[in-house]
Design a protein around this ligand. Structure first.
Ligand SMILES: [Zn+2]
Ligand SMILES: [Zn+2]
Length: 652
């Protein structure tokens, strides 16, 4: 730089001062009415001029955000990781001593820049993408709530944290309208490292985990902001679907992160395993809000995030924290994903493991408590779509089907006395037991209990856990005693037991056959094969019971058909709750593949036995499998006299 005389220098300084004074005037005018920040103002902004920057951050100073100002502010903020605020100020200050404050470098706090961004995001939608793309360093500083430094200072971090969350909200709020522009902005923000985690965890900042730098009022402001933020994000991402109506893989993974991130950072509490969904349910217990409820329901429905913690919380919420019909309906609805497992491709499949856990956690008792408390809401209970009644009806039906599987069956046995106790109390309540809708639900629960006991396959005696004796050959028939087993063996099981079953007697429709007829083969997958075997065993134990319980119905049906018993078959459909029994004329059915088969059946069948079919479904409880569960059809023969002498048999 060429040397200048001191006179010349002073002249130049005076000129600069004049320029700046003029700019301040411009800013003054600006404050009075809407206008664009002219080149003077922009210069002041570049110099870290307090008054100019503050003006730009002040609400409602102008209609549109001054062009050029945004990149200046973003450039300042890019220095927030490595430089101190005073270093930055020193670097931009020009020394013109005579003009008060106009030499710049006097900005009081870097948080003003965050405020400016917030204003830009609110007033100029076109700024939002540029902000999202360029706030990496700011996000890194603010989201590090262990170090808590902004321009290498804790003080500045504290000054800026609320403004930062305000800025995030201004960026996210427009995303309630889902369109491609918002998609880009939301994606750009989500890709900022650690931002999503902070949004989640700051929404749960309680006194114990919050930085002590922050006072209570600030903490609550941040919490509220971030709560709203997660609600917007969940709703926005959920709406983005591809042509097939399923979520894109990346979006699904955002939702999974949202649902499963622990609500407390590792640094504050390394042992915290409470997921975002679980934490949100806990919060719903304290204060019921629609926003919170929707967020939870959406995540539980769209993401496979239902773990034991979530199930426990939902049931506790339903049992102890719902006082109104509306919230009870919502909680009932929330319990769908506790039975159905959602795969990443958004397909739902019933899950034995999950249902079993829900039952043990008190799922059925919760439903009974809803019937108890809201059973008299007759109108609401029955008419509306998605009413509590419809939801309970659907879920109980699903629970019934799943409960024939091993884990759920064991869970039902475990809860049996507690559920029976609740049923007894409800039966005593005339208002409820005389209400047909309530009665229907109670009968469904009774069916679930009834068909999940252990019963002797020969005499139908109910067995306790220690009384069950299994057939040593197939391990799928249960007996009360040696004599029952012997009797069953000699009258048919000998031929059906897998020990003696060979290819020579393929079974299928052989009159003596008892056992599985569909699927014809055992699945190759070991786990699926085990599941099938367990289901078969459970159904074996209730075949006789269903036969006897429905004896009257069956005989009436037979009478109506006006044909002899030997020409009838009984079809028990265990896909219904309570299960249904239908009687058909055996020769009318299409079970025979050919006339030959029919003839074979005709010639070899026992004339004094009645053939029963038991139809149910197999749920592997595995993800990503075929959508429709396969059917399991079992077959069993019972002597006619068992049907007609029902009472005698039961008394034995
Ligand atoms: Zn027995
Ligand atoms: Zn056997």
């Amino acid at each position: 730089m060429p040397a200048v005389s001191s006179k010349k220098k002073r002249g130049k300084q005076r000129k600069a001062a004049k320029t700046i004074r003029a700019a301040v005037d411009v800013l003054g005018e600006l404050a009075a009415g809407p206008d664009r920040l002219g080149p003077f103002g922009i210069k002041l902004l570049e110099r870290g001029h307090n008054k100019a920057t503050l003006l730009l951050a002040k609400p409602d100073t102008y209609d549109s955000f001054p062009s050029g100002a945004l990149s200046i502010v973003l450039n300042f903020l890019k220095r927030c990781e490595n430089e101190s605020f005073s270093q930055v100020m020193t670097s931009v200050r020009i020394n013109v001593r005579s003009v008060d404050g106009a030499d710049g470098g006097d900005l009081e706090s870097p948080s003003t820049w965050i405020k400016v961004l917030d204003k830009a995001a609110v007033h100029e939608p076109s700024c939002r993408l540029q902000i999202a793309e360029n706030i990496g360093p700011l996000v890194k500083c603010m989201c590090n709530d262990v170090k808590c430094t902004f321009f290498r200072s804790n003080k500045h971090w504290v000054e800026g944290i609320v403004d930062f969350t305000n800025l995030l909200m201004s960026m996210l709020k427009p995303a309630v309208e889902s369109n491609s522009e918002e998609d880009v902005i939301v994606n750009t923000l989500l890709q900022q490292d650690g931002l999503l985690r902070s949004i989640i965890q700051w929404g749960f900042w309680n006194k114990d985990h919050c930085q002590e730098l922050i006072d209570d009022e600030t903490r609550i402001m941040i919490m509220n902001n971030m709560n709203m933020g997660t609600a917007i994000l969940v709703n926005h991402i959920r709406q983005r679907k591809n042509d097939r109506g399923t979520l894109l893989e990346a979006d699904m993974s955002w939702l999974v992160t949202l649902a499963t991130t622990p609500i407390v950072s590792k640094e504050s509490d390394p042992t915290c395993t409470v997921s975002f969904v679980e934490g949100s349910i806990q919060r719903l217990k304290i204060q019921w809000t629609e926003i919170e409820r929707r967020k939870i329901t959406q995540l539980m429905t769209y993401v496979d995030c239902v773990d034991k913690g979530v199930i426990k919380e939902v049931i506790d919420l339903g049992l102890n924290f719902t006082t109104e019909y509306g919230s009870a309906s919502s909680v009932a609805f929330m319990s769908y994903p506790m039975i159905l497992q959602c795969s990443n491709s958004m397909k739902y499949q019933m899950s034995d493991t999950r249902t079993a856990f829900a039952i043990r956690a008190g799922l059925i008792e919760m439903y009974l408590s809803f019937v108890d408390r809201f059973g008299e809401h007759v109108q609401l209970f029955s008419d509306v779509k998605n009413s509590l009644f419809r939801t309970l009806e659907h879920i109980l039906k699903a629970v019934y089907e799943v409960s024939l599987h091993q884990k759920s069956a064991m869970a039902i046995r475990h809860q049996r006395s507690s559920i029976e106790e609740k049923l007894r109390l409800l039966d005593k309540n005339v208002e409820i037991s005389s209400n047909p809708k309530c009665k229907e639900l109670l009968d469904m629960v009774r069916s679930i209990i009834d068909t999940n006991g252990s019963y002797c396959c020969r005499c139908n005696k109910q067995l306790s856990k220690t009384e069950v004796m299994e057939c040593n050959g197939c391990h799928s028939m249960a007996y009360c005693s040696r004599s029952c087993q012997k009797e069953d063996w000699s009258t048919g099981h000998k031929l059906a037991c897998c020990k003696s079953c060979t290819d020579a007697n393929p079974g299928q429709l052989c009159p003596w056959f008892q056992g599985r007829i569909c699927p014809e083969t055992v699945p190759e997958d070991e786990r699926a094969a085990t599941k099938l075997k367990e289901l078969e065993k459970n159904i074996n134990m209730i075949q006789l019971k269903l036969f006897l319980d429905n004896a009257e119905d069956i005989l009436n049906h037979v009478k109506a058909l006006a044909i002899p018993l030997r020409d009838c078959i009984v079809k028990f459909d265990l896909r219904n709750c309570p299960p249904t029994a239908v009687v058909e004329r055996v020769l009318d059915t299409n079970y025979f593949g050919s006339d030959e088969e029919r003839k074979g059946f005709e010639s070899s069948r026992f004339r004094d036995s009645i053939l029963c079919f038991y139809i149910s479904r197999v749920f592997n409880g595995e993800r990503g499998e075929d959508d429709t569960p396969s059917s399991l059809v079992m077959q069993r023969l019972f002597a006619h006299e068992w049907l007609t002498n029902k009472k005698k048999l039961n008394e034995d």
